[in-house]
Design a protein around this ligand. Structure first.
Ligand SMILES: [Mn+2]
Length: 323
């Protein structure tokens, strides 16, 4: 993937304005939170005023950032610029009940399905939105402190499955090498992000693995966390995102669906796939979004129907791709 130029208009808009509001998608993940912190602190170090309006509480493993304490301290009636990060559609964005007045909306995102709903857009398919934020903040000639380096590392590391997914590029590693110039050890942070779980999270992971089944002669792994199980183990579903990747580690599996029952009969579906199945298309069909190999959507209904539909969609993709 060739790195594109940062749009000049985005850089000058950030330089010329003073009051910023940063918004993210619902259930913000490591990439969203890390991107917000790097962007926000970068602007603040230039003497700008930055507010964040972000769905809280952020997941436990991301709460160690000091900058999180400054989230949602205040919301003005107007801003010069609203910046939306890591959010493929406006509908998926976590917005204030009354949207402040603003002059310019900047959208920065790495999702394939993003059509560019900002006045200014900086869109490129990269491992994480934070790669774009890193390049942008560098272009503003800001020097990164250790928390900003941790934020970018957190974002890239979580969105790339600790640099194991196919969205990793040489550019990802070039950014990483620069992060190691700011801080020389990310070992404790990596453990925190990828391995440490509290007892509820461990039990929830176990319950998901126990539910794993392989659908009728298809290389599809199907896992479900029902509502009672989620509630029994603390009720937090965003921490279970890495669980979908576990199904994908089953030998012979090409596609994984993890259903999380967020309310009775309402599911958040996480899909994972191995090349060449474009599950992004499946997610979009259901009003969701994501990437070619990691996507998600919301589903209301019974599980037998969604299993059947996933099998049919898998079959039609397979025929289309002729593999
Ligand atoms: Mn992302």
């Amino acid at each position: 993937m060739m790195m594109q130029r940062i749009p000049d208009a985005v850089i000058s808009c950030l330089k010329e304005n003073q009051r910023f509001l940063i918004l993210l998608h619902q259930k913000p993940d490591g990439d969203a939170i890390g991107s917000a912190i790097a962007m926000g602190k970068g602007l603040k170090s230039l003497g700008k005023e930055v507010d964040y309006f972000i769905e809280v509480p952020v997941e436990e493993k991301l709460q160690f950032f000091n900058e999180v304490k400054t989230f949602n301290q205040k919301l003005e009636e107007s801003y010069d610029v609203v910046i939306i990060l890591d959010c493929s559609t406006l509908a998926y964005c976590y917005l204030p009940a009354t949207m402040p007045v603003y002059k310019t909306l900047i959208v920065i995102d790495h999702h394939k399905s993003n059509r560019g709903y900002g006045d200014l857009n900086f869109l490129e398919i990269t491992g994480a939105t934070a790669e774009l934020v890193f390049r942008l903040v560098k272009a503003l000639e800001v020097s990164f402190d250790e928390e900003m380096a941790d934020a970018v590392f957190t974002a890239i590391s979580t969105d790339t499955g600790s640099f194991q997914f196919s969205n990793v590029t040489s550019e990802t590693h070039l950014i990483l090498s620069q992060l190691y110039e700011i801080k020389n050890n990310y070992s404790a942070l990596s453990k925190k992000l990828h391995h440490e779980k509290n007892i509820d999270q461990m039990k929830m992971t176990g319950a998901a693995i126990k539910s794993l089944e392989i659908l009728d002669e298809m290389p599809i792994a199907f896992m479900i966390l029902d509502y009672d199980t989620i509630m029994r183990y603390g009720g937090l579903i965003n921490i279970s995102d890495d669980i979908a990747n576990l199904g994908q580690n089953t030998i012979g599996v090409a596609m994984t669906a993890l259903l999380k029952e967020v309310k009775p009969s309402e599911y958040r579906v996480s899909l994972r796939a191995r090349y060449p199945f474009d599950i992004h298309e499946i997610a979009v069909k259901y009003g969701g979004g994501g990437h070619e190999r990691a996507a998600g959507f919301n589903y209301s209904g019974d599980t037998a129907t969604i299993k059947q539909e996933l099998m049919e969609m898998y079959q039609s993709q397979r025929e289309k791709d002729d593999v």
